[in-house]
Design a protein around this ligand. Structure first.
Ligand code: ACO
Length: 429
């Protein structure tokens, strides 16, 4: 159902715009005729009120704190599913049958190895390079390896690229870590599941296998499910924008990783841990809350606030519970950093500044604490996010390319530079 919405100026000049309805969420004014009919542009820095595309993958209601993948509430998926089943759901739109899931798992397992020559790339990076920097480079380099599947208009080629990305991302991520600690890069092992395999590649050595606990695998699955997609966030929009020109999918995902790295986005989980370390003790909380509120201070409470959620981030609630469970097993519940995080959350949620601005803990406020308890180093936190979000990026890229009405993304601007002026010769400046 769509209706007509009329915009008029004070001179009585009207334009009729189509008001498009989705299946849920706010309607969207179709503003494309604004320029053709009236020579006007829409101005919306940060895309606060702009729907950049149609999508049927993920739904968020930021006021109600709702997140659904393909219609399924995140709480149900977090409690009952696992990461590869969620990956299948996001990409194909439906939950798999037992047979479909087992075929999908088998395909992913058999794509986990990276080319032997690709392993050489890691040695080109200095040992203290940030793993996200290495990851951007190595994932981008995948575009130089897989020439058998570069026709993005062939659905089979798209699917093969998606499988390769989902399967190889943990292998590349673990290799980034191994390089940083000067340990041999481990090969994947086909008898392990997705999360168990990743933990093996992270922590096994050729001398000693690492056997992850059941809870570590459960926690990893949960975190990967919660991070798998989040509709048109900065990194997903970056992947879509890069892909809209018909670019190679591996290069597009590398662009998404670059966008994710920023502290306002996926880099926040790393920033939260750094912040908690800096605060150090509950006695310093008030001082840091005051700094977060001070407009002359660039300090922000990391892991707080979200562009879309103006209510609790449903992912934060789920992670908080898992945090308790993991810390109970790994440190008998005695974890000063978690206690500090809980206290910080409590103080901020009672503070007028945070209440008025509807700033609540987001997904990354607690994810880093779990990763730390699982011995994942702080500089790998955003890499973990990238492994999971690859599924969302791939699903959105596939949806976009399959859309027959897809066009290159090309925003306009409100020009505020000099009007025309004449070139001034050097001796007259
Ligand atoms: N600490 C202190 N003040 C904050 C915070 C914060 N974490 N977040 C927002 N504010 C304040 C802003 O200063 C602003 O105040 P004002 O209205 O008085 O100027 C108001 O709240 C609105 O904030 P904006 O920056 O306009 O909100 P926006 O939607 O653009 O930004 C963002 C959202 C980037 C997530 C922001 O809240 C932030 O920087 N949070 C910390 C970083 C973080 O945790 N990022 C992870 C996001 S989740 C994810 O990507 C996985």
């Amino acid at each position: 159902m769509s209706e007509i919405y009329t915009l008029s100026n004070k001179n009585g000049d009207n334009i009729e715009l189509l008001l498009r309805q989705g299946t849920a969420g706010p309607s969207a004014l179709e503003i494309s005729p604004l320029y053709n009919n009236k020579g006007l542009l829409a101005f919306d820095p940060g895309f606060v009120s702009t729907a950049s595309c149609e999508s049927s993958i993920t739904y968020i209601d930021g006021d109600q704190g709702i997140l659904r993948y393909r219609g399924y509430p995140i709480e149900q998926l977090a409690a009952k599913s696992n990461f590869l089943e969620v990956a299948y759901l996001l990409i194909h739109g439906e939950l798999p049958t037992r047979d479909q899931l087992s075929k999908f798992e088998n395909i992913i397992i058999h794509h986990t190895m990276i080319k032997e020559t690709m392993r050489n790339f890691f040695n080109g990076f200095h040992y203290n390079a940030h793993p996200m920097a290495v990851m951007i480079g190595v994932v981008g380099s995948m575009s130089a390896f897989y020439h058998d599947s570069i026709d993005i208009h062939d659905p089979k080629h798209r699917e093969v690229s998606a499988h390769r990305l989902i399967a190889k991302m943990p292998t590349i991520a673990a290799a980034c870590y191994k390089h940083s600690v000067s340990e041999p890069i481990m090969y994947p092992q086909n008898d392990l599941d997705y999360c168990g395999n990743f933990l093996h590649m992270m922590f096994s050595t050729p001398c000693e296998p690492f056997i992850p606990s059941k809870l570590a695998i459960e926690a990893m699955n949960l975190l990967f499910i919660l991070h798998a997609d989040h509709e048109q966030n900065a990194s997903t929009s970056t992947v879509r924008m890069a892909g809209s020109s018909g670019a190679n999918p591996f290069a597009c995902i590398a662009a998404g990783i670059a966008s994710l790295w920023g502290p306002a986005h996926g880099g926040a989980n790393e920033a939260v841990l750094k912040m908690l370390k800096e605060i150090g003790d509950v006695s310093n909380i008030d001082k840091y809350i005051a700094r977060a509120k001070d407009k002359n201070d660039s300090f922000r409470l990391m892991g707080f606030g979200h562009r879309v959620y103006r209510n609790f981030d449903p992912r934060a609630t789920i992670i908080r519970n898992m945090c308790h469970k993991v810390l109970k097993e790994t440190s008998d519940g005695n974890n000063p950093m978690f206690e500090l995080a809980l206290k910080l959350e409590e103080v901020a949620l009672k503070d007028q500044y945070f209440i008025e601005r509807k700033l609540y803990p987001n997904v990354d406020f607690y994810s880093g604490i779990i990763y730390r308890a699982l011995n994942i180093p702080t500089n790998m936190f955003t890499v973990m996010f990238a492994i999971a979000r690859t599924v969302g990026w791939v699903a959105h890229w596939m949806e976009m390319i399959a859309d027959p009405s897809q066009r290159i993304g090309r925003p306009r601007q409100l020009y505020t530079g000099s009007v025309e002026r004449n070139y001034v010769p050097m001796n007259k400046r």
